[in-house]
Design a protein around this ligand. Structure first.
Ligand SMILES: Cc1cc2nc3c(=O)[nH]c(=O)nc-3n(C[C@H](O)[C@H](O)[C@H](O)COP(=O)(O)OP(=O)(O)OC[C@H]3O[C@@H](n4cnc5c(N)ncnc54)[C@H](O)[C@@H]3O)c2cc1C
Length: 393
């Protein structure tokens, strides 16, 4: 069994397949959690809220338990329970839908009025906010560290990891409805009974005819601001992770001293992940600073302490791609994280593994039942940007 991609989707798939006793090799062109991979940043948010949708909240809760288990096994801090606070600008938007859904599912979530928010977190300016949705059990995954722990566990379980760049498979690599091999840039062959292609932002380049127009890879910037000296009001534990759906921003408190993270969340230009120059733009830094002035005024003049430039690989409707290859029965195509895939890695991997193993009860237990992950043309979701957050401009 060959899994292409040591990102969150490939590595969790490889984990589950190995735990089911398969002989599994992960092949990646870079080392796991590299700065170029979409899973490579220090931190990722894990939250249940997803409007009226019930599938992603359930997946998030199941996945969170798996991240906890990995944390225990790795003896490392992988999940920081900061809570997640959503700023609502109206009574009938994403936050209200999410609160109704989470309440129905029994997932802890509460409505906070602005005076309560002010009492809990006076460092947040509430101007323009009508109320807030608070998810007390949501938080932050230490994504880079978690990826290293995950791959390490996979290797200790007897899995293998190889470094190679795989080239696009073509008709000469497969026949009779099955793929026989992947070929590396150096000309070596990787033969297996089955293949999972979880190539993140490289997926469309790997399978151009299968994914034509279905994935857009855009430049995204994350700006970290230094917190003021002697001031712990912006650390995890003092202030929650936050999101402003209507304004298309979200951010994280400073964790382990890395700085207060602000993410202007509208899609940047289309990019190639191997060629992307990863330096912050003045424009996004200025946008992040404008957000701080309005919402976290004590940080407005703080210096940028570091930045991350990453890429979204987004489908038109922001649902992931998890499907069998249209020509080769023994190949699964997995990706399209669309800015919200990291947290769901454990369930995505289990779902892919169930399909590879042909485990129907497991497939049925996880399957959303609406075909949302199928390959093929999809309708763009109006008003929704890549991470599920709406644009401010
Ligand atoms: C700025 C930003 C913020 C985000 N915030 C969140 C968040 O808060 N919460 C959340 O849940 N999600 C978030 N996401 C989304 C999440 O990070 C992604 O959905 C997820 O990491 C994608 O994982 P992946 O395994 O599909 O891809 P990747 O992590 O990119 O892994 C793909 C791997 O495949 C390898 N590969 C590709 N092509 C080849 C080849 N030809 N040969 C060999 N190897 C190859 C690559 O080297 C790479 O290691 C965010 C994404 C970004 C960019």
């Amino acid at each position: 069994m060959v899994v292409l991609g040591a990102g969150v989707m490939g590595a969790w798939t490889a984990h589950w397949l190995r735990r089911h006793g398969l002989d599994v090799t992960i092949v990646d062109q870079y080392s796991p959690a590299s700065s170029l991979a979409t899973s490579g940043d220090e931190t990722r948010v894990t939250r249940s809220a997803h409007g009226a949708d019930e599938v992603y909240p359930r997946w998030q809760r199941t996945s969170q338990a798996q991240w906890r288990l990995l944390e225990e096994e790795a003896h490392a801090s992988l999940l920081v329970p900061t809570g997640v606070l959503w700023f609502a600008h109206r009574e009938d938007g994403f936050e209200a839908e999410s609160l109704a859904t989470l309440t129905r599912l029994g997932i802890p979530a509460q409505r906070l009025e602005t005076d309560e928010m002010d009492r809990h977190w006076p460092q947040i300016a509430g101007d323009g906010i009508t109320w807030a949705l608070y998810e007390p059990e949501a938080g932050v995954l230490m994504s880079r560290r978690a990826m290293l722990a995950l791959v390490d566990r996979f290797l200790r379980d007897g899995g293998r990891l190889e470094r190679a760049r795989v080239v696009s498979p073509d008709g000469t690599d497969g026949a009779g409805g099955r793929l026989a091999r992947l070929t590396t840039q150096g000309g070596s062959e990787l033969r297996a009974d089955a293949f999972v292609l979880a190539a993140g932002p490289w997926l469309a380049g790997l399978l151009p005819s299968v994914l034509d127009g279905q994935l857009s890879v855009t430049r995204q910037e994350l700006v970290y601001f230094a917190t003021p000296p002697g001031d712990d009001r912006f650390d995890g534990g003092s202030v929650p992770t936050w999101a402003d759906y209507d304004a298309a921003y979200y951010g994280l408190p400073s964790i382990e001293g890395r700085g207060f993270k602000v993410a202007p969340d509208w899609p940047g230009p289309i990019v190639e992940p191997d060629r992307l120059e990863r330096r912050l733009s003045d424009e996004r830094v200025a946008a992040a600073r404008r957000l701080l002035s309005a919402r976290f005024p004590a940080l407005a003049d703080q210096p940028v302490s570091e930045g991350r430039v990453c890429q979204y690989e987004s489908t038109p409707d922001t649902h992931f791609i998890i499907d069998r290859h249209p020509e080769w029965d023994n190949v699964w195509v997995v990706g399209g994280g669309s800015g919200h895939g990291f947290k769901h890695g454990p369930v995505i991997g289990e779902y892919v593994a169930a399909q590879v193993l042909g485990d129907l009860p497991m497939i049925e237990r996880i399957d959303p039942g609406d075909g949302r992950f199928r390959l093929g043309p999809r309708e763009a979701k109006l008003g929704l940007r890549t991470s599920g957050l709406a644009p401010s401009d």
